[in-house]
Write a protein that binds this ligand. Structure first.
Ligand code: ADP
Ligand code: ADP
Length: 229
């Protein structure tokens, strides 16, 4: 596990002369093991912020640290992070087990260790009965859990969620939300979760960042944010 420290982070798209500043001098610290939800209007920079932590987008200025390691310039694979998107792509021809094990096999982890990790995560996510199935034989919610499982087996220090529930129907969204809550209770992985859904924010967040036009407007518990005078 690890904290995430943003120090005077700036992001602009395009070049210095014709660029658009999207994140303005953002400084904030997410504590080790904390679940922080990022909310704000469309286009305020939520995805950009997450993608900079992930290494999918360059940091224009300032630093982002995971634990005590500054990650500017590191490849995504070097950052001990895992990311879950709204459009999760599972390998259709592989079983649930193989989908979850894929990254570990690529990393040449011993077979017994892979088995142990996948079994443990499958138990937490209630996927144990489905390990031999192909993704097409699963419900949407189960597939989303496989996508999360695939990320978790790598034992990342930081979990990044980019609106992972927004393609699910209301019932599944509520269910998967509870799964994510349970997952965080069980594993305590430092998490950043982007959403524009207020219910998700209130139920999942230990603290929330309210972003507006690339500036942190508020950073506090849901109670502090929603009960502001
Ligand atoms: P959010 O996730 O809050 O909706 P984004 O981080 O996706 O916001 O986008 C923030 C701003 O940056 C928006 O104005 C968006 O149009 C712009 N933007 C995002 N990605 C790019 C890009 N690759 N090139 C140029 N502008 C971008
Ligand atoms: P979201 O559903 O997260 O709001 P968007 O439709 O804003 O997604 O963006 C989808 C993709 O397009 C992202 O990869 C983003 O970086 C890119 N993008 C967004 N705005 C721009 C832009 N103005 N110029 C170039 N790319 C952009």
């Amino acid at each position: 596990m690890a904290s995430i420290t943003f120090t005077h982070v700036k992001k602009q798209y395009g070049n210095a002369r014709a660029g658009v500043q999207v994140i303005h001098d953002l400084t904030a610290q997410v504590e080790d093991g904390e679940f922080v939800v990022i909310v704000g209007p469309s286009g305020c920079g939520k995805s950009t912020l997450l993608r900079m932590v992930a290494g999918l987008e360059e940091i224009s200025d300032g630093t982002i640290a995971i634990g005590d390691k500054i990650v500017n310039g590191l490849e995504p694979a070097e950052r001990d992070i895992a990311m879950v998107f709204q459009n999760y792509a599972l390998y259709p021809h592989m079983s649930v087990f193989d989908n979850m094990a894929y990254g570990l096999k690529i990393a040449k982890m011993p077979e017994t260790e892979i088995r142990a990790r996948v079994d443990k995560v499958a138990a937490i996510l209630e996927l144990a009965p489905y390990l031999d199935r192909k993704p097409r034989a699963l419900s949407g919610g189960q597939r989303q859990r496989v996508a999360m499982g695939r990320a978790i087996v790598r034992q990342p220090k930081v979990f990044l969620f980019d609106e992972p529930l927004s393609n699910l129907d209301a019932k599944l969204r509520a269910h998967t939300r509870l799964e994510i809550q349970k997952l965080h209770r069980d594993l305590g992985i430092t998490s950043l979760f982007v959403t524009h859904d207020q219910v998700e924010a209130m139920t999942l967040a230990q603290r929330m960042i309210v972003l507006n036009a690339g500036v942190v407007e508020q950073f506090g518990t849901p109670k502090e944010v929603y009960q502001r005078p």
